[in-house]
Design a binder for this molecule. Structure first.
Ligand SMILES: [Zn+2]
Ligand SMILES: [Zn+2]
Length: 452
């Protein structure tokens, strides 16, 4: 393997201050999924300054920009996520919206600029073959599900996750392998995880009947009480989940009534059902839907359950992991790099990408506090941004040197969950469900349905 590290250091050096400034600029302008226009335009301008021609998604934030080496070979996609979280109690959150980069995605974006600049250096470019596709995706965090449902109904998006939406739009056609690096609070510089959970995303709307809360509650049907029962019923199921399936379910109420003196007619909830395999997620989700349906029936209410495949469990490509690990060890020394054996119970749409192509999703240090928490911060941008760009450029070079032979081998050996994008989308679409759970037939009789 040709050692690119001194060339990469030289190529990144003039771009270090630009990367570090981008980290601060993007941190100061957080926006949640499918609203990341600031980051999208910011990155686009920098890519154009470097001579790239970004292809914009247009009606949603995000783009891809290709770097052609001029020699035939594989195409590698490098992702960055642009979206923030909502964490109103974070001291640095936007006072109006509560938006804050409490997952460090802005640091990924800043690092991408360095990689895009480094590959242009002739002494690096001349040793590579094939194409690099830099992709700035919206909407990795699966939140504001009601907002995304509206975008879907308006025909603006078809899928909630930005990478899945980009895959659907054809922006990954022809890509042979993909990777990205996410920031972390680990004390190891680079961590290569064993894998992570997938999930369903759920919108749950209880329908009751409004009435004066003091004057005639007997004529109302309290949707909030039905939802409350639903939460209890879900909790009562937890001990039935199998440990190795890593099931996580964590509903929230997003609308729970509008006036205290009226019986709540409509109550909205959102949830995920997470798990280590698609089968375990589907199985847990069925029980949860049954519990939700039963809670509505108990009150004489109804409930609309709207399920979408959220993200697939992430299984990183083993050969890419070994290659990444080897490069990281050479760059930083064995004590700075970890092959983690701990299953991660979080979810990412990189799982979907890894189900259709070889993919890798390691973590880089530099953050402190708790991911998604009020104490999260990028304490060491040199690690989270500059070292991230350095590692990713070295990894990219290893994938595209020698005519891209490493990537070709990885692709040939890869065992993917789906043999084509079409197969993947067929499975995802078949899991989509939206229906009312109860059909009241007559007094004393109802038909309850919790599966599609
Ligand atoms: Zn996150
Ligand atoms: Zn994240």
């Amino acid at each position: 393997m040709y050692d690119f590290s001194s060339l990469i250091d030289a190529a990144l050096l003039p771009y270090t201050q630009i990367m570090l400034k981008a980290e601060r600029d993007l941190w100061a302008h957080p926006q949640t999924g499918y609203r990341e226009w600031y980051a999208s335009n910011y990155l686009k301008e920098h890519f154009e300054k470097l001579g790239y021609q970004p292809v914009m998604a247009g009606n949603i934030p995000g783009f891809y920009a290709d770097f052609h080496t001029g020699r035939p070979g594989p195409m590698i996609a490098i992702f960055v996520e642009m979206d923030s979280l909502i964490c109103a109690n974070h001291p640095k959150s936007d006072p109006q919206s509560g938006y804050v980069h409490a997952c460090g995605h802005h640091a990924q974006c800043a690092a991408l600029l360095g990689i895009a600049a480094a590959v242009l250096a002739p002494e690096i470019r001349d040793r590579l073959s094939g194409t690099v596709r830099f992709i700035a995706v919206p909407a990795e965090e699966l939140l504001e599900l009601g907002y995304r449902k509206k975008l879907k109904e308006q025909g603006i998006i078809k899928y909630f996750g930005g990478k899945v939406e980009f895959l659907y739009r054809g922006y990954l056609d022809g890509v042979d392998a993909a990777f990205m690096v996410h920031s972390s609070c680990s004390n190891k510089l680079l961590t290569f995880p064993v894998g992570s959970n997938g999930c369903f995303s759920k919108n749950i709307t209880y329908h009751g009947k409004s009435a004066h809360a003091g004057g005639e509650p007997q004529n109302g049907i309290n949707a909030l009480y039905a939802a409350n029962l639903g939460l209890h019923a879900i909790n009562a199921l937890r001990e039935t989940f199998v440990d190795d399936d890593h099931i996580r379910v964590h509903p929230i109420i997003t609308a729970g009534g509008s006036a205290v003196n009226a019986i709540p007619e409509t109550v909205a909830m959102e949830s995920y059902v997470r798990g280590a395999t698609l089968e375990s997620i589907v199985s847990a989700n069925e029980k949860i839907n049954r519990a939700i349906a039963a809670s509505a029936l108990a009150l004489g209410a109804n409930v609309t359950i709207s399920d979408l495949m959220g993200y697939f469990p992430l299984k990183p490509n083993e050969e890419m992991k070994q290659l990444g690990y080897e490069i990281a060890r050479r760059l930083y020394g064995a004590d700075q790099v970890e092959l983690s054996a701990t299953w991660d119970t979080g979810c990412t749409d990189m799982g979907d990408i890894a189900s259709v192509m070889p993919a890798l999703h390691p973590y880089i240090a530099g953050a402190v506090g708790h991911g998604h928490g009020a104490d999260y911060d990028i304490q060491d941008p040199h690690k989270a941004v500059v070292e991230s760009a350095r590692f990713q450029t070295a990894f990219l070079c290893a994938l595209l040197e020698n005519g891209g032979s490493e990537t070709i081998k990885i692709k040939q050996n890869a065992k993917l969950l789906f043999s084509s994008y079409a197969d993947y989308f067929r499975t995802v679409d078949a899991l989509e469900m939206e229906q009312e759970a109860i059909n009241y037939i007559r007094d004393g009789e109802a038909h309850v349905r919790w599966k599609k």
